[in-house]
Design a protein around this ligand. Sequence first.
Ligand SMILES: Nc1nc2c(c(=O)[nH]1)N=C([C@H](O)[C@@H](O)CO)CN2
Length: 118
Amino acid sequence: MDIVYIRELQVETIIGIYDWEREVRQIVSLDLEMGTDIRAAANTEDIENTLNYKSVSDRLIAFVGESQFLLVETMAEEIAALIMQEFNVPWLRLRVGKPGAVPQASDVGVIIERGVKS
Ligand SMILES: Nc1nc2c(c(=O)[nH]1)N=C([C@H](O)[C@@H](O)CO)CN2
């Protein structure tokens, strides 16, 4: 299996459990690895034959930017389901980080893997 990836995609959104977090937009940082087979694209140099990381990034920016989740866990599960369904991705690994959440840490969040890796 090959991987198309996106690293440190940063999107402003409403997220968090505290009152102030329901009013102030914060940055979430996403890393996404998506299982695919790149050989058809490599042989044809046709963007239609691959997983377009720009299209995925644009969808993530729109979805996360409009969302209002309480927990990073919920955001991660919803992103995973969306990417697998809309882009026909059989397996993915996703990190959702809130770099501003704990001042003493450079980043906090969750990492999930979903689907079947072939
Ligand atoms: N496992 C989690 N822990 C915490 C979360 C979360 O979404 N998942 N969220 C918070 C607060 O919203 C925090 O980000 C504010 O600093 C705390 N712990």
